[in-house]
Ligand binder design. Structure first.
Ligand code: NAP
Length: 458
């Protein structure tokens, strides 16, 4: 199986990269294991110096890297460059804060456990495998790699098969910045080869960002091997609009929440749940804005929505909309594949969706918004929580009681009030239910792949 860059704007195959041979995979795992012993004996200051140097490389090459991302997976160029810069920011964040996040804690009164002293310390685990998706080909990897390397772990990357150029850029990034050879390596392998890497005794843990089926498979293997796993899976986030909200701001943000990254974001607002009192006004404004979006070549600065990353992803999205329409849903705008070779899909709003439609139950990974009319707040919460996913959520209200009630009762890993969900290095990120488990980012993210060691002294 070859790994390939297929430009989603043109459907042309730009680059084919041969996967690593079993011998090359073995060498790379061995290098990661050897580097793990070196890295754990380095200081936070040394690692921070290398991490900041890696961030400098990203900042210096932001424009070129942005173009690489856009050609590989199709997001508008300004968003690609912003992804590079955000990745650099996360690296600097962990360079600065890792030592504080991993400072052990003394037990205040050690006599309660019969000790003269008792304390905890965070230690690295060793090589960690990261199985990553194509939708943020740099950011998803960096938000694992920056905390992992700062904690003294080493990283092995199995990137999505359609972004091999991003994978190969990342393969050398950390070494170029000064990290020991083998501290971070890409494995050019297919998904069928992942289980053997997880089972390898030198690999200590695994993190996967991707779809639910991939998560189940990886977690199963990790479970059988008794290895720690973090899963960041899909989402079908609710975006709830209540009568007291600033409707124009909500509609404007709803469009960005749904179509950023060409609609291929796990934390995109996907289901727009609108209180009946403001439903007609909100949906009319939202639909008008969705229909005005500029769709086209993502390398052009005026483009707001580019192609889907793959033909299969585009076709699957079209099937979801067709299924809803066949079952009686109303397509308010879009709902078609534009003419041309690329993997485009028109920005779409679907209303009156029957409960058995796939669009209600599955994640729509593209610029397709589902709108739901809620009779009251309880109905809005019911619709929001009826999905098996639980990644994030967004609630639009200026009523403090509503704010508190939805915050407490939404089944989600995050609630964003009067704003769209965005990941920040400073805030923990992750989901519940079928959206996965564990957290990335902030202090919680760096502690996931550490041995929290307890020390007791007589
Ligand atoms: P995907 O098909 O699950 O692929 C993700 C990664 O998993 C790829 O590297 C893929 O390799 C690998 N993979 C697929 N099946 C596997 C298996 N059975 N065993 C081991 N590895 C396997 O997902 P995607 O289509 O690239 O990404 C979209 C999904 O990711 C969406 O559901 C989205 O919501 C989710 N996502 C979640 C987050 C989050 O933080 N929660 C963030 C971004 C995306 P191949 O490419 O070789 O198949």
């Amino acid at each position: 199986m070859a790994l390939a860059t297929v430009n989603p704007t043109t459907a042309a195959t730009e680059t084919i990269i041969e996967p690593h041979t079993p011998e090359e995979v073995e060498q790379r795992i061995a290098a990661a294991a050897a580097a793990a012993s070196t890295l754990r004996s380095t200081t936070f200051a040394q690692r921070a110096g290398w991490m900041n140097a890696a961030a400098d490389i990203l900042d210096d090459q932001a424009e070129g890297l942005g173009e690489l991302i856009t050609v590989e997976m199709g997001k508008p160029i300004a968003q690609s460059v912003a992804e590079v810069r955000k990745s650099a920011r996360a690296m600097r964040f962990y360079a600065e804060h890792a030592e504080g996040f991993l400072a052990g804690e003394p037990l205040e009164d050690p006599s309660t456990v019969g000790a003269s002293r008792a304390w905890t310390r965070y230690e690295p685990l060793g090589p960690v495998l990261a199985v990553m998706p194509w939708n943020y080909p740099l950011w998803q990897v960096i938000r694992f790699a920056a905390p992992a390397l700062m904690a003294g772990n080493t990283g092995l990357l199995k990137h999505a098969s359609n972004v091999p150029q991003a994978a190969m850029f990342l393969d050398t990034l950390f070494e170029r910045a000064g990290f020991p050879a083998g501290a971070f390596r890409t494995l050019l392998i297919g998904s069928a080869d992942v289980a053997a890497v997880i089972e390898d005794p030198r690999v200590t843990a695994v993190t996967l960002t991707g779809s639910e089926p991939a998560g189940r498979s990886v977690a199963g293997t990790a479970g059988r091997s008794v290895k720690k796993a973090v899963l960041e899976l899909g989402g079908s986030d609710p975006f709830i609009v209540l009568p007291s909200a600033d409707l124009a701001a909500a509609a404007e943000t709803a469009v960005r929440a749904r179509t950023s990254n060409n609609g291929q974001s796990c934390i995109a607002g996907k289901r727009f749940i609108v209180h009946t009192d403001v439903y007609d006004a909100f949906v009319a404004d939202f639909t008008a804005r969705m229909s005005r979006l500029v769709v086209g070549n993502p390398l052009l600065p005026e483009t707001e929505v580019g192609p889907l990353a793959t033909r299969a992803g585009r076709d699957e999205l079209a099937e979801l909309v067709d299924d809803a329409r066949d079952r009686g849903a109303t397509v308010l705008t879009g709902g078609f594949v534009p003419e041309g070779d690329g993997f485009f899909y028109a920005p779409t709003v679907v209303a009156d969706i029957p409960d058995d439609a796939r669009l209600v139950l599955e994640e729509a990974f593209g610029p397709v918004a589902s709108v739901y009319r809620a009779n009251d707040n309880a109905d809005a919460l019911r619709i929001a929580n009826q999905t098996r996913f639980g990644l994030s959520s967004s609630v639009w209200t200026t009523d403090p009681d509503e704010e508190a009630w939805f915050t407490a009762n939404l089944d989600a890993g995050a609630v964003f009030l009067n704003g769209m969900t965005v990941s920040h290095p400073e805030l923990p990120f992750g989901g519940i239910k079928d959206s996965g488990y564990g957290r990335e980012l902030a202090a919680d993210g760096i502690r996931e792949f550490c041995n929290l060691k307890t020390v007791w002294k007589a």
